[in-house]
Write a protein that binds this ligand. Structure first.
Ligand code: IPE
Ligand code: IPE
Ligand code: MG
Length: 244
C-alpha cells in the first residue's frame, strides 16, 4: 500500500495545446510571428523528448478550426510555417521511425497542403516508434459532426443498425479512431480551457495547465507535467483499491 504502488506510469498518449506563442513574443517587444517561429523549435524539442521518454502517441494542436478567424497575415504565416516544417522535418522524423498522422478537416484545404499531408502519412505509415499526431484545422465538434454524418449515412444504407451504435463505434469514426484516448493533456500559456480540442477523447484524461508560454516548453517542463500526472489518482468513476 505504498504510494509508489498506485503511481501511474509513463502516459501512453499525451495531448498538448501549444498556446501562448503570441503573448510570449509580445512580452519581448517582438511580432507574434516571432513567437510562432520559436514555437516550432519547442515542438521539435518536445517530439524528441516524447520519443526518448517512451510515449506512444503525442497529439499536438497546431491550428484550430477557429484560428481561421485570425488576421489573414497571421493565418498565412502559420500555414507557411507548417508547410516548411513538413518539408524540412518529415525525412528526419521518418529516419527516427516516427509515424506522422494528421487529424482535422481536410475539405476546403488547399490541394498542395492536402498532398503534403497524404505524402507524410504514407511515407511513415509503417513506422513503429512515436506516433506524432498533428491536429490541423481541427475542431472537436466538427470532428464529431463528421463522424455522426458518416454513421448516419451507414444507417441510411442499412450497413449499421442504430441499436449497434456504441461509444466504441462513435470513437472509431472520429479522426483519432484506433488511437488510445489521451492519458494526459497539457496546455501551456495559462488558459484553463479546451478550446474545442479532443472533447470526446478527454472523458478521463488528466489535465495539467502550465503558466509557461509554448516557446518556453522543453523536456524538463514535459517531465514536470508527467510527474504531476504520475501523482494523480485516476479512478475512472470507481474507488481506490485500498479504500474499497
Ligand atoms: C498558439 O499560440 C499557436 C496557435 C494558436 C496557432 P497563440 O498564437 O494562440 O498565442 P497567444 O495565446 O495569442 O499568446
Ligand atoms: C488553441 O489556442 C488552439 C491552438 C493552440 C492551436 P487558441 O489560442 O486558439 O485558443 P483560445 O482562443 O485562447 O481559446
Ligand atoms: Mg492562444
Amino acid at each position: 500500500m505504498t504510494d509508489l504502488g498506485s503511481r501511474n506510469g509513463v502516459p501512453r498518449h499525451v495531448a498538448i495545446i501549444m498556446d501562448g506563442n503570441g503573448r510570449w513574443a509580445t512580452r519581448r517587444g517582438k511580432p507574434r510571428s516571432f513567437g510562432h517561429r520559436q514555437g516550432v523549435e519547442a515542438l521539435r524539442r518536445t517530439v524528441r523528448a516524447a520519443a526518448d521518454m517512451g510515449i506512444d502517441v503525442l497529439t499536438l494542436y497546431s491550428f484550430s478550426s477557429e484560428n481561421w478567424s485570425r488576421p489573414q497575415s497571421e493565418v498565412r504565416f502559420l500555414l507557411e510555417l507548417l508547410r516548411r516544417f513538413i518539408r524540412t522535418d518529415v525525412a528526419e522524423l521518418h529516419k527516427s521511425n516516427v509515424r506522422i498522422m494528421i487529424i482535422g478537416g481536410r475539405d476546403g484545404l488547399e490541394p498542395a497542403l492536402r498532398t503534403m499531408f497524404e505524402e507524410a502519412e504514407t511515407l511513415t505509415r509503417e513506422n513503429t516508434a512515436l506516433k506524432l499526431v498533428i491536429a490541423f484545422n481541427y475542431g472537436s465538434r466538427q470532428e464529431i459532426t463528421r463522424a455522426v454524418q458518416i454513421i448516419a449515412r451507414k444507417v441510411a444504407e442499412g450497413k449499421i443498425d442504430p441499436a449497434d451504435i456504441t461509444p466504441a463505434v462513435i470513437g472509431n469514426h472520429l479522426d483519432t479512431g484506433g488511437l488510445p484516448d489521451p492519458d494526459l493533456l497539457i496546455r501551456t500559456g495559462g488558459e484553463q480551457r479546451l478550446s474545442n480540442y479532443l472533447l470526446w477523447q478527454c472523458a478521463y484524461t488528466e489535465f495539467v495547465f502550465l503558466p509557461e508560454y509554448w516557446p518556453e516548453f522543453d523536456a524538463s517542463l514535459l517531465s514536470r507535467a508527467i510527474e504531476e500526472f504520475q501523482s494523480r489518482d485516476r479512478r475512472f468513476g470507481g474507488v481506490k483499491a485500498q479504500t474499497a
